[in-house]
Design a protein around this ligand. Structure first.
Ligand SMILES: *Cc1c(COP(=O)(O)O)cnc(C)c1O
Ligand SMILES: [Zn+2]
Length: 452
């Protein structure tokens, strides 16, 4: 597909990447030697991208980043497995809003509650971070076509990012996929193949297409470069959290303080992450590990992983203290975290354990209540999987895992417009009224609406 010569130049072009390491056996590979998984372990041998942190430390600093004008993930280019920032699609990914949830925090007794709203990415989910890096990598290898299997946000973001880059996307979906999501894929011009079978059948056919036609593959838990995109959300959280703390006490900054802040970032105590395949949470864990290796933060924030009760394969493994995954028959309203057989469990469990974090599971009922509360008291319209973070935080508070004085960031992974059916279940129906002021007055009195 690409000759030995271009392989050499790609290797040279990633000066900060040392290689790829298998999460199961620790075997190391050079960039380009292996593109996806550890050959010894097949689909289970997910790889980690490793960097030359000494070199990075000399070339990059929090201070420099504070002068960087690009708010998108391109600002962290040396920490990404790309040769050139120009390879990223021109569809700004990342740089999403980070803000304090003052009202909601007060209501649940948490004075330091924050949101990172990744539903405000170009295709409305965190998956854009992974797709952008996947597309950049494919481009640098000379591919013009990328394939993926998914019914949801991963596919939508791949379709959007390839549209931006002028590349082709071939997406495999199970024939029963929700029509709205297929519409989003087609709107971005992806070639969509409805496979006569379930998600696993679509995934397998996509893998075969990769082997048969040599197409580039953007599948979670298979392509190691995807979690490299996802980790950027961890960088942004620290950078934005630091900026927020700084602006809160801007007047009293002494030069010594200033120096400390520019050399280091502050990190919140906890980040709450919804978990399906485990790729996002693994990416967040990788982000913290990078920052610690660089000396930019001192300790890792604790990671709280949240799964739906009806789709809790990784939670079950965490509870048992092991790494063995037992397949479940996933059943939850939060479709983005409905997974029978998680594809990235090793990285997920490692992220939770390394951070001295925890996992919880939440009911669909709690997810819908959280969706409503996030909207009403946090002004965030989240899709169910993202709303699960608030439900999970409440369980962790009850169990004493998180203390109410600690600082907590809810990772809002997807926008509520992605799943209108679920939102309607959570929030009910509007009032139906004839167009007369009499009827309106009657309603206002019945409901007791008074201003002020
Ligand atoms: C994909 C996704 C998740 C779960 O991510 P995994 O990597 O599968 O664990 C959570 N929320 C949203 C909105 C997603 O799209
Ligand atoms: Zn291996």
């Amino acid at each position: 597909m690409w000759g030995e010569k271009s392989l050499m130049s790609i290797r040279r072009a990633l000066p900060y990447v040392v290689g790829l390491r298998c999460t199961l056996c620790g075997a190391e590979y050079r960039v380009g030697e292996v593109e996806y998984v550890c050959p010894r372990h097949g689909d289970r041998g997910n790889l980690d991208v490793i960097y030359d942190y000494d070199l990075l430390r000399r070339r990059l600093s929090p201070e420099q980043l504070s002068f960087q004008r690009d708010p998108s993930i391109g600002r962290y280019a040396p920490l990404l497995p790309i040769a050139s920032v120009a390879s990223l699609p021109l569809l700004p990914v990342g740089g999403t809003p980070f803000f304090q949830l003052t009202r909601l925090g007060r209501a649940i007794g948490m004075p330091h509650l924050y949101a990172k709203d990744d539903g405000r990415n170009p295709t409305a989910s965190l998956k854009d971070r992974a797709s952008a890096v996947g597309v950049a990598r494919a481009r640098e290898l000379g591919h013009t076509l990328i394939t993926g299997a998914s019914t949801g946000n991963a596919a939508a973001s791949l379709a959007g990012q390839t549209a931006a880059a002028g590349m082709e996307a071939v997406i495999f979906v199970p024939e029963g996929a929700p029509p709205a999501k297929i519409a989003q894929l087609l709107a971005y011009g992806a070639k969509v193949i409805a496979v006569q079978g379930n998600y696993d059948a679509a995934y397998d056919l996509c893998l075969q297409a990769t082997h048969t036609f040599g197409w580039y593959n953007r599948n979670t838990g298979y392509n190691p470069y995807l979690s490299e995109g996802k980790k950027t959300v961890a960088y942004e959280i620290c950078e934005q959290y630091t900026a927020l703390q700084q602006s809160g006490r801007a007047v009293s900054l002494s030069p010594a303080d200033n120096d400390r802040i520019l050399r280091r970032w502050q990190a919140p105590d906890w980040i709450v992450v919804p978990v399906g395949d485990g790729c996002i949470i693994g990416g967040v864990g990788k982000g913290w590990r990078d920052l610690i290796a660089l000396g930019w933060i001192e300790t890792s924030p604790h990671i709280l992983g949240v799964q739906a009760q009806g789709s809790s394969a990784i939670y079950n493994a965490w509870r048992s203290g092991g790494e063995a995954i037992e397949r479940v028959h996933a059943q939850t309203i939060a479709d983005s975290i409905a997974v029978d057989q998680p594809r990235d469990p090793v990285k997920a469990l490692r992220a939770v354990r390394e951070s001295n974090g925890a996992m919880v599971q939440v009911s669909d009922e709690a997810i819908l209540t959280a969706l409503r509360r996030l909207g009403q008291e946090g002004a965030i319209f989240a899709e169910p999987a993202a709303a699960a973070t608030l439900a999970g935080l409440q369980v962790a508070l009850q169990e004493g895992v998180i203390q109410s004085h600690e600082s907590v960031v809810l990772l809002i992974t997807g926008n509520g417009l992605k799943d209108i059916a679920a939102a309607r279940k959570a929030v009910g129906q509007p009032y139906s009224l004839p167009p007369t002021v009499e009827a309106l007055r009657e309603l206002v009195q019945r409901e007791g609406w008074v201003e002020g």
